[in-house]
Design a protein around this ligand. Structure first.
Ligand code: ADP
Ligand code: MG
Length: 703
């Protein structure tokens, strides 16, 4: 048995279990060893029966005198009862709905039983105890000690995982090599890897399991830090195109705008222009709240690139947004001689400098020719841009909206030339700085931390159920004034949500939004035009719905969270969010950013029927703050980093996600990684670590 042996080669693991394990992301022996418990059950209190106390959890060892199952038809229950005896006394054990126990446990056998002592009118009994046959209290797996409880999937119990895992760990233990450098282990007093694996699965004490987990958290973060720092080093050795700042053109462009740039915009634009002047690729993340004006900053970088006769690829996450960017960029450059193309699923468009701001349809073939010949200055599109057929003749700059990452290889593949184009990635997902420095450590970071002046603050309110009717009347009034509204509804019953697969859940959401749409159309707003938007619609359908809404053909758009990114409808003034407590603050803030984009006073109304103080506290934070970054910090504090989509996409394991919350640990690991790379940039003295880093690179969805 090797660490990389596929799990199906383990005795007792057949196709069914293989499938179940795959669902947990486990496909090799090593994956299984690194599948860590979620918590522990403390059954270490091994005592004699006469010492048992009511309501205490304990383990006893004794002989089964009788065991039998009876059925209670009325309550649709099966009850298995046993009497267990040791030298000091006897006690009943009762299990519900586990009739098969009479097949495994027989009268006369000896076993350990762990469970809670419960009192009924008929006397004390052990409730649903866990059992483990045998006589020897040394080397127990399921009872008489701290028991690991694993994140489970349907039909895969923690008991089964313990049963498979323990002999496996014994068998491959000697193959597990320490990956952490010795001095770092010493400096931070980290538990050695073998011991840590034992302590994390079968701890001798809670303190030691804690220390073991700390070690793995440290290790994972350390690997991320090392990884991003090495990426950054690597990138600085690549060749890119020097694009010195064309100051005159840029000044003319800035003057042509109908507004003045904010200081934050100027600063970011300046830093980006400086990056473009260097002969190695820019790799920059531009973070700015919704509406902070990132597009115009990107346009400045694009203009500078185009003025050097190099091309720009501009990628948006959806077709609607690609179109929006196309229109916006065309508008911004209306006085400039720039060719701009739009490549979408079906309908490609082109605005040529000769056409005096007219936009024409263009065939895909023509468009690709222009891209290859370098005649297309800026090409805007969705992911369709990375298909093989798109080949830029002279690509200078790649701009990404809300996609964060784009490896060097991907960039190289986009173009003919052998230099790597610069990269500017933009996001409105506010990520706290510490986190950004870790997960985006290979990117330089610029913040636009100020909104353009004169924006009206969106009024945010929490609406309890009894004020709903009043709120609906308010929406009617706004619509009478000519405004429009969004209603977001996630509304899947939360208890169901937990048990649903991803696919099922997204259908449930669609059903929920359809039901709500019906209800609102019939009962609440019978005289108004409503429309519906959800994730199961084709891009074309979505686009049609959005276009109608933008052109004011619809009064109210009922939607799932798909409406979240970037859509610009300045006439919409009301954003209603059903079940607001179910969203992260950062996401709520993004919804709010959909309104307040025009001259009218706007409102963000949070519907909730949750009265817990935690909900109140969270939603109140949204009322008090307009700063996406501080809201993100708050989210991190209250819910952990799980909600940061960008990070989730990255495929970071759960354990690491929770370590990211620990800022001081993040800082410590970054510093150690930095020091190590200064001393040993190619990790020549750390072969195990270097190897691990390679698999880590594969695991993380980068290229
Ligand atoms: P985001 O950062 O969300 O992508 P946009 O670039 O779409 O924001 O800008 C939002 C709106 O703000 C646009 O209508 C844009 O024209 C406008 N805008 C951008 N910068 C400024 C500014 N400095 N002053 C006033 N309005 C601005
Ligand atoms: Mg934008």
């Amino acid at each position: 048995m090797q660490l990389n042996t596929p799990i199906e080669n383990i005795t007792n693991i057949g196709p069914v279990y293989k499938r179940k394990l795959k669902r947990l992301g486990i496909s090799t022996v090593s994956d299984l060893l690194f599948h860590f418990p979620r918590r522990y059950e403390d059954f270490s209190n091994l005592i004699s029966i006469n010492k048992l106390k009511i309501n205490e959890v304990a383990t006893i060892h004794g002989q089964i005198l009788v065991i039998e199952t009876s059925k209670s038809w009325k309550r649709k229950l099966s009850i298995t009862e046993a009497v267990i005896k040791d030298k000091t006394g006897a006690i009943k054990a009762i299990w519900f709905n586990q009739p098969y126990l009479t097949k495994t446990l027989k009268a006369g056998e000896k076993a350990f039983f762990s469970g809670k002592v419960t009192l009924s009118p008929k006397g004390a009994y052990l409730s649903n105890p866990i059992y483990e046959k045998g006589d020897d209290s040394e080397g127990l797996t399921h009872t008489g000690r701290l028991i690991p409880v694993y994140p489970e999937t349907v039909g895969l119990s923690s008991r089964w995982i313990r049963y498979i895992l323990k002999p496996l760990l014994v068998e491959v233990e000697d193959q597990i090599n320490e990956i952490m450098p010795l001095d770092i282990m010493k400096e931070f007093n980290l538990m050695p890897i073998k011991k840590a694996l034992w302590e994390v699965h079968f701890p001798t004490s809670l303190e030691l399991s804690q220390k073991a987990q700390e070690r793995f958290s440290f290790e994972e973060l350390f690997l991320i830090e090392l990884f991003v720092l090495r990426e950054r080093n690597r990138l600085s050795h690549e060749k890119s195109i020097c694009l010195p700042t064309k100051l005159e053109s840029i000044q003319r462009f800035v003057k042509s705008l109908s507004y003045k740039l904010t200081d934050a915009q100027k600063k970011s634009a300046w830093v980006i222009l400086k990056d473009l002047e260097r002969d190695y690729p820019m790799n920059r993340l531009l973070e700015g709240d919704v509406g902070s004006g990132k597009t115009v900053v990107a346009a400045i970088a694009a203009l500078n690139t185009v003025k050097h006769k190099y091309q720009v690829a501009f990628m948006a996450p959806t077709e609607i947004l690609a179109k929006q960017h196309f229109q916006e960029i065309a508008r911004l450059f209306s006085d400039f001689r720039v060719n701009i193309g739009l490549l979408t699923g079906k309908q490609d468009q082109f605005r040529s400098k000769k056409l005096k701001n007219q936009v024409i349809e263009i065939s895909r073939k023509k468009l690709l020719e222009k891209v290859l010949e370098g005649e297309m200055d800026i090409l805007i599109g969705t992911h369709a841009l990375i298909q093989d057929k798109v080949n830029f003749g002279k690509l200078g700059l790649v701009i990404l909206d809300e996609q964060h990452r784009f490896g060097v290889k991907q960039r190289a593949k986009l173009c003919k030339q052998d230099t790597i184009p610069h990269l500017l990635s933009m996001t409105a997902t506010p990520i706290p700085r510490t986190l950004a420095l870790t997960v985006y450590g290979d990117l330089d970071l610029s913040l636009i931390d100020e909104l353009p002046k004169g924006r009206k603050k969106v009024i945010t309110k929490i609406i309890p159920p009894k004020e709903r009717a009043g709120t609906y009347s308010f929406i009617k009034e706004e619509i009478k004034k000519g405004r429009q509204a969004f209603i977001i509804c996630p509304r899947v019953e939360s208890k169901d949500e937990e048990n649903m697969s991803e696919a099922k859940l997204s259908w449930a959401k669609v059903k929920a939004v359809k039901d709500e749409y019906e209800r609102l159309s019939k009962d609440v707003f019978p005289d108004l035009k409503l429309d519906i938007l959800h994730g199961k619609m084709t891009p074309k359908e979505k686009e049609g719905v959005m276009r109608k809404f933008k052109n004011k053909k619809t009064n109210i758009l009922v939607s799932t969270s798909v409406v979240e990114v970037g859509i610009d409808v300045p006439n919409a003034t009301v954003m209603v969010i059903e079940g607001a407590e179910r969203f992260g603050l950062a996401q709520l803030h993004q919804f709010r950013g959909r309104v307040g984009r025009g001259e009218h006073q706007s409102y963000c109304l949070l519907f909730t029927d949750s009265y817990t103080s935690k909900t109140r506290q969270r939603l109140k934070a949204l009322i008090d703050s307009e700063d996406g970054f501080s809201l993100a910090e708050k989210d991190l504090e209250l819910r952990g980093p799980g909600d940061f989509k960008g990070i989730k996409q990255w495929g970071i394991p759960d354990l690491m996600m929770s370590s990211l919350k620990d800022i001081s640990l993040v800082e410590k690991t970054r510093e150690s990684a930095k020091q190590l790379l200064i001393a040993d940039p190619y990790l020549k003295k750390q072969p195990v670590l270097k190897n691990r880093l390679l698999t880590f690179r594969e695991k993380i969805h980068l290229e």
